[in-house]
Design a protein around this ligand. Structure first.
Ligand code: GLC
Length: 440
Protein backbone atom coordinates (compact mmCIF):
# COMPACT_ATOMS: atom_id res chain seq x y z
CA UNK A 1 0.00 0.00 0.00
CA UNK A 2 1.34 3.37 -0.99
CA UNK A 3 1.74 5.94 1.75
CA UNK A 4 -0.07 8.99 0.43
CA UNK A 5 1.13 11.22 3.20
CA UNK A 6 4.71 10.41 2.26
CA UNK A 7 4.03 11.06 -1.42
CA UNK A 8 2.62 14.46 -0.48
CA UNK A 9 5.61 15.15 1.69
CA UNK A 10 7.95 14.17 -1.14
CA UNK A 11 6.14 16.52 -3.53
CA UNK A 12 6.24 19.46 -1.19
CA UNK A 13 9.97 18.91 -0.68
CA UNK A 14 10.30 18.68 -4.47
CA UNK A 15 8.51 22.01 -4.81
CA UNK A 16 11.06 23.66 -2.54
CA UNK A 17 13.95 22.01 -4.45
CA UNK A 18 12.61 23.52 -7.68
CA UNK A 19 11.52 26.89 -6.34
CA UNK A 20 12.68 30.16 -7.88
CA UNK A 21 12.03 32.73 -5.17
CA UNK A 22 12.02 36.51 -5.57
CA UNK A 23 15.57 36.54 -4.16
CA UNK A 24 16.66 33.81 -6.58
CA UNK A 25 15.25 35.83 -9.48
CA UNK A 26 17.10 38.98 -8.31
CA UNK A 27 20.29 36.95 -8.04
CA UNK A 28 19.82 35.56 -11.56
CA UNK A 29 19.44 39.12 -12.88
CA UNK A 30 22.57 40.31 -11.10
CA UNK A 31 24.66 37.38 -12.35
CA UNK A 32 23.25 37.75 -15.83
CA UNK A 33 24.35 41.38 -16.02
CA UNK A 34 27.81 40.44 -14.87
CA UNK A 35 28.11 37.60 -17.36
CA UNK A 36 26.76 39.80 -20.17
CA UNK A 37 29.39 42.41 -19.36
CA UNK A 38 32.20 39.80 -19.34
CA UNK A 39 30.91 38.17 -22.51
CA UNK A 40 30.78 41.48 -24.38
CA UNK A 41 34.29 42.32 -23.21
CA UNK A 42 35.67 38.98 -24.41
CA UNK A 43 36.43 37.85 -20.87
CA UNK A 44 35.55 34.42 -19.53
CA UNK A 45 31.79 34.11 -19.24
CA UNK A 46 29.04 31.51 -19.51
CA UNK A 47 27.28 33.94 -21.88
CA UNK A 48 28.99 33.95 -25.27
CA UNK A 49 27.36 37.23 -26.41
CA UNK A 50 27.86 36.60 -30.12
CA UNK A 51 27.60 39.46 -32.62
CA UNK A 52 25.13 38.65 -35.39
CA UNK A 53 26.19 41.21 -38.01
CA UNK A 54 22.55 42.20 -38.33
CA UNK A 55 20.60 45.16 -37.03
CA UNK A 56 16.84 45.49 -36.73
CA UNK A 57 14.92 45.75 -40.01
CA UNK A 58 13.08 48.85 -41.22
CA UNK A 59 9.87 47.00 -42.08
CA UNK A 60 10.25 48.16 -45.67
CA UNK A 61 12.33 45.22 -46.94
CA UNK A 62 10.67 43.64 -49.95
CA UNK A 63 10.91 40.63 -52.22
CA UNK A 64 10.93 36.86 -52.19
CA UNK A 65 13.65 34.96 -50.37
CA UNK A 66 14.70 31.41 -49.81
CA UNK A 67 15.39 30.35 -46.24
CA UNK A 68 16.76 27.25 -44.57
CA UNK A 69 16.04 26.44 -40.97
CA UNK A 70 18.19 23.91 -39.12
CA UNK A 71 18.09 23.76 -35.39
CA UNK A 72 16.04 20.97 -33.98
CA UNK A 73 14.69 17.64 -34.99
CA UNK A 74 13.20 19.07 -38.18
CA UNK A 75 14.84 20.85 -41.02
CA UNK A 76 12.87 23.22 -43.27
CA UNK A 77 13.25 24.90 -46.64
CA UNK A 78 11.02 27.94 -47.15
CA UNK A 79 10.22 30.60 -49.70
CA UNK A 80 9.08 33.78 -47.96
CA UNK A 81 7.52 36.89 -49.50
CA UNK A 82 7.98 40.30 -47.85
CA UNK A 83 5.54 43.01 -48.88
CA UNK A 84 7.62 45.99 -47.70
CA UNK A 85 4.87 47.03 -45.25
CA UNK A 86 5.76 44.87 -42.28
CA UNK A 87 4.01 41.77 -43.52
CA UNK A 88 5.77 38.51 -44.32
CA UNK A 89 4.19 35.32 -45.62
CA UNK A 90 5.46 31.82 -46.23
CA UNK A 91 4.83 31.02 -49.88
CA UNK A 92 6.13 27.47 -49.87
CA UNK A 93 7.64 25.22 -47.26
CA UNK A 94 9.01 21.73 -46.99
CA UNK A 95 9.73 20.13 -43.65
CA UNK A 96 11.89 17.05 -43.18
CA UNK A 97 12.75 15.14 -40.01
CA UNK A 98 16.51 14.78 -39.58
CA UNK A 99 17.39 11.14 -39.02
CA UNK A 100 19.19 10.58 -35.72
CA UNK A 101 22.15 8.96 -37.48
CA UNK A 102 22.75 12.18 -39.44
CA UNK A 103 22.53 14.38 -36.33
CA UNK A 104 25.21 12.20 -34.82
CA UNK A 105 27.07 11.09 -37.93
CA UNK A 106 29.65 12.76 -40.17
CA UNK A 107 29.63 16.32 -41.42
CA UNK A 108 29.16 15.62 -45.14
CA UNK A 109 26.22 13.30 -44.52
CA UNK A 110 24.35 16.05 -42.70
CA UNK A 111 25.06 18.78 -45.26
CA UNK A 112 24.37 16.51 -48.25
CA UNK A 113 21.03 15.67 -46.69
CA UNK A 114 20.28 19.40 -46.45
CA UNK A 115 21.27 19.94 -50.10
CA UNK A 116 19.10 16.98 -51.15
CA UNK A 117 16.13 18.49 -49.34
CA UNK A 118 16.66 21.80 -51.16
CA UNK A 119 16.75 19.94 -54.44
CA UNK A 120 13.48 18.20 -53.57
CA UNK A 121 11.98 21.57 -52.67
CA UNK A 122 12.95 23.01 -56.07
CA UNK A 123 11.42 20.04 -57.84
CA UNK A 124 8.24 20.00 -55.79
CA UNK A 125 7.59 23.70 -56.27
CA UNK A 126 8.84 23.71 -59.87
CA UNK A 127 11.29 26.52 -59.24
CA UNK A 128 13.52 27.48 -62.12
CA UNK A 129 17.12 26.35 -61.76
CA UNK A 130 18.26 28.83 -64.41
CA UNK A 131 18.37 31.89 -62.17
CA UNK A 132 20.41 32.96 -59.15
CA UNK A 133 18.91 32.72 -55.68
CA UNK A 134 19.96 34.29 -52.39
CA UNK A 135 19.40 32.04 -49.44
CA UNK A 136 19.32 32.87 -45.74
CA UNK A 137 20.45 30.09 -43.41
CA UNK A 138 19.03 29.87 -39.90
CA UNK A 139 21.45 27.69 -38.00
CA UNK A 140 20.36 27.51 -34.38
CA UNK A 141 23.58 26.73 -32.60
CA UNK A 142 26.33 28.91 -31.15
CA UNK A 143 28.29 30.37 -34.04
CA UNK A 144 31.19 32.82 -33.98
CA UNK A 145 30.33 34.94 -36.98
CA UNK A 146 32.92 36.89 -38.93
CA UNK A 147 30.41 38.50 -41.29
CA UNK A 148 26.72 38.31 -42.13
CA UNK A 149 27.38 35.22 -44.26
CA UNK A 150 30.14 33.33 -42.50
CA UNK A 151 30.67 31.83 -39.09
CA UNK A 152 32.19 28.91 -37.29
CA UNK A 153 30.20 26.53 -35.13
CA UNK A 154 31.61 26.85 -31.61
CA UNK A 155 30.02 23.68 -30.27
CA UNK A 156 26.94 21.60 -30.90
CA UNK A 157 23.99 21.75 -28.50
CA UNK A 158 20.60 19.99 -28.25
CA UNK A 159 21.89 16.47 -28.87
CA UNK A 160 23.64 17.16 -32.20
CA UNK A 161 27.14 15.73 -32.37
CA UNK A 162 27.89 15.41 -36.13
CA UNK A 163 31.66 15.18 -36.41
CA UNK A 164 33.84 17.59 -38.34
CA UNK A 165 31.54 20.62 -38.03
CA UNK A 166 32.71 22.25 -34.79
CA UNK A 167 35.29 24.92 -35.54
CA UNK A 168 34.32 25.11 -39.23
CA UNK A 169 32.43 27.69 -41.26
CA UNK A 170 28.93 26.30 -41.70
CA UNK A 171 28.20 28.55 -44.69
CA UNK A 172 31.23 27.12 -46.48
CA UNK A 173 30.08 23.59 -45.58
CA UNK A 174 26.60 24.30 -46.93
CA UNK A 175 27.91 25.98 -50.10
CA UNK A 176 30.17 23.00 -50.82
CA UNK A 177 27.26 20.59 -50.37
CA UNK A 178 25.12 22.73 -52.71
CA UNK A 179 27.85 22.53 -55.36
CA UNK A 180 28.10 18.76 -54.94
CA UNK A 181 24.39 18.61 -55.78
CA UNK A 182 24.65 21.03 -58.72
CA UNK A 183 22.86 23.76 -56.81
CA UNK A 184 25.76 26.19 -57.13
CA UNK A 185 23.36 28.87 -58.44
CA UNK A 186 22.14 29.30 -54.83
CA UNK A 187 24.23 31.81 -52.90
CA UNK A 188 24.14 31.71 -49.10
CA UNK A 189 23.60 35.41 -48.38
CA UNK A 190 23.03 35.36 -44.62
CA UNK A 191 23.61 33.17 -41.60
CA UNK A 192 21.51 33.70 -38.48
CA UNK A 193 20.58 32.19 -35.16
CA UNK A 194 16.86 31.40 -34.65
CA UNK A 195 16.57 33.98 -31.86
CA UNK A 196 17.86 36.63 -34.27
CA UNK A 197 15.30 35.51 -36.84
CA UNK A 198 12.59 35.75 -34.21
CA UNK A 199 13.61 39.26 -33.13
CA UNK A 200 13.86 40.40 -36.73
CA UNK A 201 10.47 38.88 -37.60
CA UNK A 202 8.97 40.52 -34.49
CA UNK A 203 10.39 43.94 -35.21
CA UNK A 204 9.56 43.80 -38.93
CA UNK A 205 5.93 44.01 -37.83
CA UNK A 206 6.30 45.87 -34.51
CA UNK A 207 9.07 48.47 -34.04
CA UNK A 208 8.96 48.33 -30.21
CA UNK A 209 10.17 44.73 -30.38
CA UNK A 210 13.66 44.56 -28.91
CA UNK A 211 14.18 41.01 -27.83
CA UNK A 212 13.94 37.60 -29.51
CA UNK A 213 13.53 34.47 -27.39
CA UNK A 214 13.21 30.77 -28.15
CA UNK A 215 11.51 28.52 -25.61
CA UNK A 216 11.30 25.22 -27.46
CA UNK A 217 13.61 22.23 -27.81
CA UNK A 218 16.40 24.60 -26.80
CA UNK A 219 16.29 28.05 -25.27
CA UNK A 220 18.15 31.24 -26.07
CA UNK A 221 17.71 34.99 -26.53
CA UNK A 222 19.09 37.97 -28.43
CA UNK A 223 18.68 41.73 -28.26
CA UNK A 224 19.98 44.80 -30.11
CA UNK A 225 23.18 46.10 -28.53
CA UNK A 226 25.04 49.35 -29.10
CA UNK A 227 28.00 48.23 -31.18
CA UNK A 228 30.32 50.37 -29.02
CA UNK A 229 29.43 48.16 -26.05
CA UNK A 230 30.61 45.03 -27.84
CA UNK A 231 34.06 45.71 -26.47
CA UNK A 232 35.61 42.50 -27.75
CA UNK A 233 34.99 43.66 -31.35
CA UNK A 234 35.96 47.35 -31.53
CA UNK A 235 35.97 47.19 -35.33
CA UNK A 236 32.17 46.85 -35.26
CA UNK A 237 31.61 50.28 -33.76
CA UNK A 238 30.68 51.83 -37.11
CA UNK A 239 27.66 49.51 -37.29
CA UNK A 240 25.82 51.58 -34.70
CA UNK A 241 23.58 48.83 -33.41
CA UNK A 242 23.94 45.11 -33.77
CA UNK A 243 21.85 42.22 -32.55
CA UNK A 244 23.76 40.08 -30.06
CA UNK A 245 23.01 36.40 -29.54
CA UNK A 246 23.47 35.79 -25.81
CA UNK A 247 23.44 31.95 -26.00
CA UNK A 248 21.78 32.10 -22.59
CA UNK A 249 21.22 28.34 -22.61
CA UNK A 250 24.78 28.09 -21.34
CA UNK A 251 24.24 30.45 -18.38
CA UNK A 252 25.48 28.60 -15.32
CA UNK A 253 24.96 30.81 -12.27
CA UNK A 254 21.83 28.95 -11.15
CA UNK A 255 20.80 27.01 -8.09
CA UNK A 256 20.78 23.36 -9.20
CA UNK A 257 19.46 20.27 -7.44
CA UNK A 258 20.33 16.59 -7.50
CA UNK A 259 18.14 15.88 -10.55
CA UNK A 260 19.81 18.65 -12.55
CA UNK A 261 23.23 17.37 -11.65
CA UNK A 262 22.41 13.76 -12.58
CA UNK A 263 20.84 14.82 -15.88
CA UNK A 264 23.83 17.00 -16.71
CA UNK A 265 26.34 14.30 -15.81
CA UNK A 266 24.62 11.78 -18.09
CA UNK A 267 24.28 14.22 -21.02
CA UNK A 268 26.46 14.44 -24.13
CA UNK A 269 27.63 17.92 -23.14
CA UNK A 270 28.15 17.69 -19.38
CA UNK A 271 28.91 20.99 -17.69
CA UNK A 272 27.48 22.98 -20.61
CA UNK A 273 24.05 24.46 -21.36
CA UNK A 274 23.10 24.36 -17.69
CA UNK A 275 20.22 26.84 -18.01
CA UNK A 276 18.95 25.06 -21.13
CA UNK A 277 18.91 21.78 -19.20
CA UNK A 278 16.67 23.35 -16.54
CA UNK A 279 14.39 25.24 -18.89
CA UNK A 280 14.01 23.88 -22.41
CA UNK A 281 11.62 21.34 -23.85
CA UNK A 282 14.35 18.85 -24.67
CA UNK A 283 15.04 18.31 -20.96
CA UNK A 284 11.85 18.93 -18.96
CA UNK A 285 10.48 15.44 -19.51
CA UNK A 286 13.80 13.89 -18.53
CA UNK A 287 13.93 15.85 -15.27
CA UNK A 288 10.40 14.68 -14.46
CA UNK A 289 11.26 11.09 -15.41
CA UNK A 290 14.17 11.10 -12.99
CA UNK A 291 11.86 12.32 -10.22
CA UNK A 292 9.34 9.59 -11.08
CA UNK A 293 12.04 6.91 -10.92
CA UNK A 294 13.17 8.23 -7.53
CA UNK A 295 9.63 8.30 -6.14
CA UNK A 296 8.99 4.78 -7.43
CA UNK A 297 12.22 3.60 -5.78
CA UNK A 298 10.99 5.03 -2.49
CA UNK A 299 7.72 3.18 -2.91
CA UNK A 300 5.74 6.39 -3.42
CA UNK A 301 4.49 5.68 -6.96
CA UNK A 302 3.14 2.56 -8.70
CA UNK A 303 3.28 0.72 -5.38
CA UNK A 304 7.03 0.75 -5.68
CA UNK A 305 7.05 -1.36 -8.88
CA UNK A 306 9.49 0.02 -11.47
CA UNK A 307 7.80 0.77 -14.78
CA UNK A 308 9.47 -0.06 -18.09
CA UNK A 309 7.84 3.05 -19.58
CA UNK A 310 10.03 5.27 -17.41
CA UNK A 311 13.18 3.17 -17.53
CA UNK A 312 14.84 4.67 -20.61
CA UNK A 313 16.47 8.10 -20.62
CA UNK A 314 14.33 10.72 -22.34
CA UNK A 315 11.35 8.32 -22.46
CA UNK A 316 9.15 11.05 -21.04
CA UNK A 317 8.96 14.28 -23.05
CA UNK A 318 7.87 17.84 -22.39
CA UNK A 319 5.02 17.15 -24.78
CA UNK A 320 3.81 14.33 -22.53
CA UNK A 321 3.91 16.65 -19.53
CA UNK A 322 2.14 19.36 -21.45
CA UNK A 323 -0.63 17.00 -22.57
CA UNK A 324 -1.01 15.60 -19.07
CA UNK A 325 -1.30 19.08 -17.67
CA UNK A 326 -3.94 19.86 -20.32
CA UNK A 327 -6.02 16.94 -19.04
CA UNK A 328 -5.13 14.24 -21.60
CA UNK A 329 -4.43 10.68 -20.60
CA UNK A 330 -0.84 10.01 -21.67
CA UNK A 331 -0.42 6.76 -19.82
CA UNK A 332 -2.04 4.39 -22.30
CA UNK A 333 0.24 5.80 -25.02
CA UNK A 334 3.23 5.07 -22.80
CA UNK A 335 2.06 1.48 -22.47
CA UNK A 336 0.87 1.84 -18.86
CA UNK A 337 -2.44 0.32 -17.93
CA UNK A 338 -4.39 1.16 -14.78
CA UNK A 339 -2.46 4.11 -13.45
CA UNK A 340 -4.25 5.05 -10.25
CA UNK A 341 -5.81 8.48 -9.93
CA UNK A 342 -3.39 9.34 -7.12
CA UNK A 343 -0.34 8.34 -9.17
CA UNK A 344 -1.64 10.27 -12.19
CA UNK A 345 -2.17 13.30 -10.00
CA UNK A 346 1.32 13.02 -8.49
CA UNK A 347 2.93 12.88 -11.95
CA UNK A 348 0.87 15.87 -13.07
CA UNK A 349 2.15 17.69 -10.00
CA UNK A 350 5.76 16.82 -10.89
CA UNK A 351 5.14 18.28 -14.34
CA UNK A 352 3.72 21.46 -12.81
CA UNK A 353 6.71 21.87 -10.50
CA UNK A 354 9.28 21.27 -13.23
CA UNK A 355 7.58 23.50 -15.81
CA UNK A 356 6.92 26.32 -13.34
CA UNK A 357 10.61 26.46 -12.51
CA UNK A 358 11.38 26.58 -16.22
CA UNK A 359 8.97 29.48 -16.77
CA UNK A 360 10.26 31.42 -13.77
CA UNK A 361 13.91 31.06 -14.82
CA UNK A 362 12.94 32.12 -18.35
CA UNK A 363 11.05 35.10 -16.88
CA UNK A 364 14.04 36.12 -14.77
CA UNK A 365 16.36 35.82 -17.76
CA UNK A 366 14.04 38.02 -19.84
CA UNK A 367 13.92 40.52 -16.98
CA UNK A 368 17.73 40.52 -16.94
CA UNK A 369 18.08 41.30 -20.64
CA UNK A 370 15.34 43.94 -20.60
CA UNK A 371 16.86 45.72 -17.58
CA UNK A 372 20.28 45.53 -19.21
CA UNK A 373 18.79 47.65 -22.03
CA UNK A 374 16.60 49.83 -19.83
CA UNK A 375 17.51 49.63 -16.13
CA UNK A 376 14.37 51.35 -14.80
CA UNK A 377 11.90 50.09 -17.37
CA UNK A 378 11.22 53.56 -18.67
CA UNK A 379 10.08 52.38 -22.10
CA UNK A 380 7.81 49.64 -23.42
CA UNK A 381 9.45 46.45 -24.65
CA UNK A 382 7.98 43.77 -26.86
CA UNK A 383 9.63 40.39 -26.53
CA UNK A 384 9.10 38.16 -29.58
CA UNK A 385 8.95 34.56 -28.41
CA UNK A 386 8.76 31.36 -30.41
CA UNK A 387 8.76 27.74 -29.31
CA UNK A 388 6.33 25.11 -28.16
CA UNK A 389 6.86 25.59 -24.42
CA UNK A 390 5.76 29.19 -24.60
CA UNK A 391 3.09 28.53 -27.20
CA UNK A 392 1.53 25.36 -25.90
CA UNK A 393 2.43 24.41 -22.35
CA UNK A 394 -0.63 25.12 -20.17
CA UNK A 395 0.07 27.82 -17.59
CA UNK A 396 3.59 28.53 -18.84
CA UNK A 397 2.99 32.09 -20.00
CA UNK A 398 1.07 32.92 -16.82
CA UNK A 399 3.96 31.66 -14.68
CA UNK A 400 6.39 33.87 -16.61
CA UNK A 401 4.15 36.92 -16.24
CA UNK A 402 3.68 36.28 -12.54
CA UNK A 403 7.43 36.30 -12.03
CA UNK A 404 7.71 39.60 -13.93
CA UNK A 405 4.97 41.05 -11.75
CA UNK A 406 6.76 39.84 -8.62
CA UNK A 407 9.87 41.63 -9.83
CA UNK A 408 8.46 44.85 -11.26
CA UNK A 409 4.92 45.29 -9.92
CA UNK A 410 2.81 47.47 -12.25
CA UNK A 411 5.75 48.26 -14.47
CA UNK A 412 5.76 44.61 -15.57
CA UNK A 413 3.01 45.66 -18.00
CA UNK A 414 5.72 47.46 -19.96
CA UNK A 415 7.16 44.09 -20.97
CA UNK A 416 4.93 42.50 -23.59
CA UNK A 417 5.53 38.82 -24.21
CA UNK A 418 4.36 38.08 -27.71
CA UNK A 419 4.19 34.83 -29.60
CA UNK A 420 5.89 35.20 -32.99
CA UNK A 421 5.32 31.95 -34.80
CA UNK A 422 7.92 30.80 -37.23
CA UNK A 423 10.35 33.60 -36.56
CA UNK A 424 13.24 31.35 -37.46
CA UNK A 425 11.91 30.85 -40.99
CA UNK A 426 10.35 34.22 -41.77
CA UNK A 427 12.99 36.12 -39.82
CA UNK A 428 15.90 34.65 -41.69
CA UNK A 429 14.33 35.67 -45.00
CA UNK A 430 14.05 39.22 -43.67
CA UNK A 431 17.68 39.00 -42.59
CA UNK A 432 18.51 38.01 -46.17
CA UNK A 433 16.86 41.26 -47.24
CA UNK A 434 18.50 43.31 -44.47
CA UNK A 435 21.86 41.80 -45.41
CA UNK A 436 21.51 43.22 -48.88
CA UNK A 437 21.45 46.77 -47.45
CA UNK A 438 23.61 46.26 -44.36
CA UNK A 439 26.43 48.58 -43.35
CA UNK A 440 28.32 45.76 -41.62
C1 GLC B 1 20.41 26.12 -28.33
C2 GLC B 1 21.40 26.74 -29.31
C3 GLC B 1 21.02 28.17 -29.62
C4 GLC B 1 19.57 28.22 -30.09
C5 GLC B 1 18.65 27.58 -29.05
C6 GLC B 1 17.19 27.57 -29.47
O1 GLC B 1 20.52 26.77 -27.12
O2 GLC B 1 22.71 26.69 -28.77
O3 GLC B 1 21.86 28.71 -30.62
O4 GLC B 1 19.20 29.55 -30.33
O5 GLC B 1 19.07 26.26 -28.81
O6 GLC B 1 16.99 26.86 -30.64
Amino acid sequence: MKDLRNADRFLSHLESLFSVTFEDARAIIGHFHQEMRYGLAGEESSLKMLPSFVGRPQGTEKGQFLALDLGGTNFRVLAVALDGKGHAAIVAVCKVAIPQELMQGACDGLFDFIADSIQAFFREHRLSQQQAYALAFTFSFPVEQSSIASGKLIEWTKGFTASGVEGRDVVALLSEALKRRELGFIRVAALANDTVGTLVAGSYAEPSCDMGVILGTGTNACYPEKAARIRKRPELEACGEMIVNTEWGNFDKLKTNVYDRLLDGASRNAGRQRLEKMVSGMYLGEIARRVIVEMTGQGLLFEGKGQAAFAGEYALTAEHLSMLSGGSDIFAGLGLADVSAADGQAIREIGRIVSTRSARIAGAAIAAVVTWMDAHLEAGHTVAIDGSLFEKYPGYQDAMRLLLQDLFGNRAARIKLELVRDGSGIGSAIIGAVAASSRC
